[in-house]
Write a new protein. Structure first.
Length: 403
């Protein structure tokens, strides 16, 4: 019984985080009626927002792989419709979670899991030396900006409701002074994972983030995070800093994978320059996410190509390249590590019917299709003097290099 009581006490001292699952893949973009192709531009803007929200990285949309995918945004959409927001026409979009996660892994961009810390926001605003707490239904430009940016970044927020318990439980002067005990006591009624105290004077704001359960604020020695921002975008900058903090804390880089891959072999590569030019040209294709070199043999190289589009689109792009000539596709056997031991062949077969040999039987060897192309790279230079020098041209040797 003593051990049981001790364990209960231990678990009581370490409360479990009540993380909130965020809907990462839904967004609504206001259409700009003054531009051409407003829907198309809204789809790109929507996908950029989803990429930032799912990755936790504001710079993720500048990644070359993601830049290609943005041009093919329709492949990542799962639903789309028009709507209205404050009298303006909008485009509501839902993106495919598996496709977005696959894209992030192909681009080697971190993934910020959907289970995220819920942050309680205490906002105290000062106007003409009068300080007041901003409640959930208060009209506040600062709170509106905080909420809008938090939705974009996928940061769950809770704002105190401002009922009798809230109003009598804490004073604006206590929060403005940064006193931890009344902050902790007033916050404990909310099931949150962290507490954010924001003090705004109209031109700038100061903030303190307690990344811990409300009951432990002022009790443990965990140091809070703090900062200050000014200007019209001060609240947005604050939310971005806090979102970056949580994203860096829990994001992971998923091993590179692709929804579709294809093996491609190119022949007649005369030298290393041809190889590097070919590799560079393939990476520029909008349908290509990344390349893996599988084998180099003689004047041939085999790639495993991770696709952002369908195989048909990839082949169409290859067909438009001047230096690529399509050849007949081939089948390569799939390597297997399974080998029968000698004892299996030496065992006596008791059933004579099983020991018979069918001369017409054929062993089926697993194989996979390989797309074949010829690469018209560096032109061969005819030797005018000293023909023996031709052999000095850099060429791939006969050695097989497998990766």
């Amino acid at each position: 019984m003593r051990r049981l009581a001790f364990l209960v006490l231990v678990f009581a001292c370490f409360p479990v985080l009540a993380l909130t699952n965020v809907d990462l893949y839904q967004t609504e973009i206001v259409l700009d009626s003054g531009v051409d192709n407003a829907d198309a531009k809204a789809r790109v803007s929507g996908m950029k927002e989803i990429i930032v929200r799912a990755s936790g990285d504001l710079d993720a949309t500048s990644n070359p792989v993601i830049q290609k995918a943005l041009k093919q945004n329709s492949q990542y959409l799962s639903q789309i419709s028009h709507g209205q927001l404050e009298g303006q026409q909008t485009l509501r979009m839902g993106f495919s979670g598996p496709h977005i996660r696959s894209l992030l892994s192909q681009a080697q961009v971190p993934v910020w899991p959907a289970a995220r810390a819920n942050v309680l926001v205490w906002l105290v605003e000062e106007a003409q030396y009068d300080r007041s707490i901003t409640w959930e239904h208060s009209e506040s430009m600062v709170l509106t900006q905080i909420r809008a940016e938090a939705v974009k970044r996928g940061l769950p927020l809770t704002v105190p409701v401002g009922d009798f318990d809230d109003i009598t439980g804490v004073a604006a002067s206590d929060l403005w002074g940064g006193f931890t005990r009344p902050l902790s006591q007033a916050s404990q009624r909310y099931p949150v994972d962290a507490v954010l105290l924001v003090r705004s004077d109209g031109t700038s704001l100061r903030w303190t983030l307690y990344d811990q359960k409300p009951a432990t604020i002022g009790v443990t020695r965990q140091a809070p995070l703090s900062g200050s921002n000014s200007g019209e975008e001060g609240a947005s900058k604050m939310i971005n800093q806090i979102s970056d903090y949580y994203a860096n804390k829990s994001s992971v880089v998923v091993a590179s994978e692709s929804s579709e891959t294809v093996k491609v072999r190119f022949t007649t590569l005369k030298n290393a320059v041809d190889f590097f030019n070919l590799e560079k040209s393939l990476k520029k294709l909008s349908s290509v996410a990344s390349l893996d070199i599988l084998k180099i043999q003689s004047d041939q190289v085999t790639f495993n190509v991770h696709l952002l589009a369908s195989q048909a689109q990839f082949e169409q792009e290859l067909g438009r390249m001047d230096k690529v000539i399509p050849l007949n596709n081939t089948l390569d056997p799939i390597p297997s590590n399974f080998q029968k031991s000698e004892s299996e062949f030496s065992e006596t077969v008791l059933d004579p019917d099983l020991n018979s040999w069918d001369e017409n039987s054929v062993d089926l060897i697993p194989s996979e299709q390989v797309l074949m192309f010829e690469w018209k790279g560096t032109p061969t230079v005819a030797a005018t003097e000293e023909p023996q020098e031709v052999d000095r041209t850099i060429e791939f040797d006969e050695t097989v290099i497998e990766y």
